[in-house]
Design a binder for this molecule. Structure first.
Ligand code: C2E
Ligand code: CA
Ligand code: CA
Length: 495
């Protein structure tokens, strides 16, 4: 069955053309071009011909309509009606060929914390926001030579002749999205180098947008010389990754955590923290390479390496020193979505004759934002096996209280920023820390404070009822040999 519309009434056309192939019966062909431009598939001229000729027209109209529908579906993103990524790049390349002398910008738009919008208001609402953004972008970039795509989720891309009214563009978007209270950010690679593949130009624009992801002061990121240098450096780290892993250039350091509930602080566990001893670049701190490896997925292999190392070390301490403490390891957001995760951790425990309780898992709060349901299922499964879960960087990831109460976790690790800020002014202000400790108590969770650097901070946290602290006051992260000193001390203390 196929529906088709044959009409003589041209006034009806605008309402009809959407979703149906249309044939118009006309007195003569004088308006043929206009009607075809409106989307009409074919014309039948009066007086009507034989039945077989009419049927032939109908069949061809349907075929043409079907063909153009397929083309439309392969070229456009069904939600926004904008180009999809593949066609966007194809047309972009074609524009380069036709207009080699025109300077073009590569621009990427993202919605700030889009996953939260979906989560709070539902997918339907999120989709409506995306459609509104698409419509606004179409209005803003409606001149010739501009093409627009929705790449994925909340990422939009525009390829257009160079312009520098970026602020005004954002203002227009703000205006259009005022009711939804949605804020967008943009990454711009202006007058992009046309010798580069179009995908690379947009990767750069994306990088520029990524660079300001957590910076609420800046909403326009531009790809510049500094970023270009950074890109080369990052590429070098990626190129060196395999060798570094094979040559064991990645070192695991350990930072002690102390329970401060009793009079004398007691060593309770250690956090395993990575360092890269690069043969020519020297010691590289994790903040430099972890985000990079998170972006390209290499982090999963690196994390697995750290977990294996830490587990082996724990076993060694237990065998050689007759004492050990649980080690907490960092579990990246990406690891949490890896179906292998649970088996990997279980294997590590078994291979080293440990128990799940010997390993604490630190999962950053922001990881819970993306797909909370899947994450909660995974964390539940891990806890069932006996692993303890600490929510890392708490206070930076925008968990709602509601969500927090349904999360299967054992401890809240207060982000270092709160400790820093509490003691930064002339008068200490610990209100935020108090609130977090109250929440933890209400939810029956342990609290851990990190970044504790002096005795005043330690004593205050103790007074406030914080359970565990970690920080330079006790020790910086140290290698396994130095950490053995802490274990020795604990052994002596236990008598
Ligand atoms: P994090 O998990 O929040 O780790 C705490 C960071 O704070 C560590 O930095 C630690 O050295 C530092 N720190 C501890 N006490 C103090 C203090 O008193 N003052 C100050 N200023 N800093 C303190 P580090 O080792 O540079 O690690 C930075 C981040 O890199 C970690 O933050 C974590 O997100 C990531 N990371 C480190 N190792 C791994 C790993 O094996 N896997 C993954 N996925 N991420 C890791
Ligand atoms: Ca951590
Ligand atoms: Ca942390």
């Amino acid at each position: 069955m196929f529906s088709l519309c044959i009409t003589e009434d041209e006034d009806e056309l605008p309402g009809l053309i959407k979703g149906l192939p249309v044939i118009v019966i006309v007195n003569d062909r004088s308006r043929e071009a206009d009607l075809l431009a409106l989307g009409v598939e074919d014309l039948l001229e009066k007086p009507l011909k034989t039945r077989s000729i009419i049927l032939d027209h109908i069949e061809k109209a349907i075929m043409r309509y079907e063909a153009s529908k397929i083309i439309h579906e392969t070229q456009y993103d069904p939600l926004s009606g904008l180009y999809n990524l593949h066609y966007f790049y194809t047309y972009g390349q074609r524009m380069d060929q036709f207009y080699p002398e025109v300077q073009m910008d590569a621009i990427v738009f993202n919605v700030n914390r889009f996953h939260m919008i979906n989560e709070r208001f539902g997918r339907y609402y999120g989709d409506r926001v995306l459609v509104k953004i698409a419509e606004t972008l179409k209005q803003i970039f409606n001149d010739q030579g501009c093409i627009i795509a929705r790449a994925e989720s909340d990422s939009f891309m525009v390829c257009c002749p160079h312009r520098d009214d970026h602020k005004a563009i954002l203002q227009k978007l703000d205006e259009a999205l005022k009711k939804e209270r949605v804020m967008m950010r943009m990454g711009v690679y202006a007058c992009a180098d046309k010798d580069l593949p179009i995908e690379t130009r947009f990767d750069r624009a994306r990088q520029a947008a990524m660079a300001i992801r957590n910076d609420y002061q800046r909403r326009i990121g531009t790809y510049d010389k500094r970023m270009s240098k950074q890109e080369l450096f990052n590429q070098r780290l990626i190129d060196d990754f395999e060798t570094a892993l094979a040559q064991e250039q990645f070192k695991v350091f350990y930072q002690p955590k102390f329970n401060i509930r009793s009079d004398i602080p007691v060593l309770t566990s250690a956090e395993a923290l990575l360092r890269w001893k690069h043969p020519s670049l020297g010691l590289i701190p994790p903040n430099v390479f972890i985000p990079l490896f998170e972006e390209n997925g290499l982090i999963s292999r690196l994390d697995l390496y750290v977990w294996q190392r830490a587990a082996r070390q724990l076993r060694k301490w237990r065998e050689e020193l007759k004492i050990a403490v649980p080690v907490s390891v960092n579990v990246s957001r990406i690891d949490m979505f890896d179906p292998q995760l649970i088996d990997d951790l279980q294997d590590i425990i078994n291979d080293n004759k440990l128990q799940a309780g010997d390993m604490l898992l630190e999962i950053t709060e922001s990881a819970y934002g993306e797909d909370p349901k899947l994450l909660i299922d995974r964390v539940n499964a891990l806890r069932k096996l006996g692993f303890m879960i600490e929510m890392d960087d708490f206070g930076t990831g925008y968990s709602t209280l509601n969500m927090l109460s349904s999360l299967p976790i054992d401890a809240l690790k207060i982000d270092m920023r709160f400790v820093k800020e509490a003691f930064a002014g002339r008068k200490k202000d610990t209100r935020m820390i108090e609130i977090i400790i109250d929440i933890a108590r209400y939810l029956r969770l342990l609290t851990i404070a990190e970044g504790v650097e002096d005795v005043q901070q330690l004593n205050t946290l103790k007074e406030l009822g914080c359970d565990i602290v970690q920080g330079y006051y006790f020790s910086k992260p140290v290698d396994e040999n130095s950490f053995a000193g802490f274990l020795d001390e604990k052994l002596k203390m236990l008598g």
